[in-house]
Design a protein around this ligand. Structure first.
Ligand code: ATP
Ligand code: F1X
Length: 309
């Protein structure tokens, strides 16, 4: 089974308007209330790609209920630990440019954390565990380490797409897949990354630390995949961008769905890129038909020093 885990879910209140003027009254033209948070997005896309998963994490209050009900109606199985406060609402403004306003993560009690850890300890070898989204500072780093250690010990496919101060220690547990975007990778090394060549340089350092696959997503510029044996470059298909929120999560879902079926890294990477782009070209997350239509438009090629910058 594939489990996703979102410590910091959200409702993504997504609004469209022609122009956004900070400091003024803005009236929106279209609004959406999507369940969000990175692990939840991964579960929603997996479901659309005919791949079952169970969404774990914390959810509370009326917003938590909304997320549970929405996911249930879509056919996504959930097993959230209830928190004492409402889950955050993140505001996504789609105007002449994209702006985001993300709330803080939840406060959780030690009992709630323990309850979640107990669920994670029930996972079995060959299960997948996707830890995605920001890691609240209110939870001690030892907790995240216990989660990662439990996955490592049992031979679970551990997928990491998180940010926060605990990330460095989680990397030490040698995940199966780590998917930062360009900025997150740069932050990890306290540097700036402007080119694919630079992204490859830092991704290779993570591979040396024992991570099996590193995918660095680079928005409309595609992504790179680095493993012990190969470095692949992917160019994303071009199209009309509507909403890039969740594009990275869709990449992770596409990769896992294809890899779990075919066990072919190159094809999994290609399917992941198609999924990310298919989401960027829609209001909500991608559907399987959008992804299938884009797969043949993803260009993949092996890295050589000369032709990449
Ligand atoms: N403008 C775009 N045009 C085409 N494809 C895109 C575009 N933006 C994103 N994508 C696709 O989605 C993938 C992931 O995008 P990105 O690097 O923006 O992820 P991210 O920053 O992790 O996103 P999020 O955190 O919102 O999920 C890219 O590798 C690419 O395949
Ligand atoms: O605040 P975090 O946890 O870093 O990111 C949360 C978030 O921006 O990520 C998802 C897109 O990847 C959205 O659904 C959600 O609002």
């Amino acid at each position: 089974m594939i489990y996703t885990c979102t410590f910091t879910p959200s409702i993504d209140y997504t609004v469209y308007l022609p122009e956004f003027h900070p400091g003024k009254l803005n009236r929106t033209e279209e609004v959406y209330y999507f369940p969000g948070g990175k692990g939840i997005n991964v579960s929603r896309v997996l479901n659309r790609l005919q791949t079952k998963s169970i969404a774990l994490g914390f959810a509370g209050g009326f917003t938590g209920d909304y997320i549970r009900d929405f996911l249930k109606a879509e056919g996504v199985q959930t097993d959230f630990i209830a928190t004492n406060e409402p889950t955050r609402i993140n505001v996504k403004i789609k105007a002449d440019s994209e702006s985001e306003l993300n709330g803080p993560g939840p406060h959780t009690t030690q009992e709630q954390q323990k309850e979640l850890l107990e669920k994670i300890k029930e996972l079995k070898a060959d299960d997948w565990f996707v830890l995605a989204g920001s890691l609240p500072d209110s939870i001690p780093e030892a907790f995240y380490q216990a989660v990662a250690a439990s996955c490592h010990k049992k031979g679970i496919h551990f997928v990491l797409d998180t940010s926060g101060s605990a990330l460095k220690q989680l990397i030490d547990t040698k995940p199966f897949l780590f998917k930062p975007n360009q900025q997150e990778l740069a932050d990890l090394f306290n540097t700036t990354i402007n080119t694919k060549k630079e992204a490859i340089f830092y991704a290779k350092r993570l591979i040396e630390q024992g991570i099996k696959h590193v995918i660095v997503s680079m928005g409309g510029n595609g992504a790179i995949l680095v493993t012990n044996d190969a470095v692949l470059i992917a160019e994303a298909p071009k199209g009309q961008v509507v909403n890039t929120v969740g594009a990275g999560d869709s990449l992770v879902s596409g990769f896992i769905a294809a890899y779990a079926q075919e066990k072919d890294i190159n094809e999994a990477f290609r399917y992941g890129i198609a999924s990310g782009s298919a989401t960027a070209f829609r209001t909500d997350l991608c559907e399987q038909k959008d992804v299938d239509a884009l797969v043949s438009r993803v260009t993949l090629y092996p890295y050589t020093e000369e032709d990449v910058n």
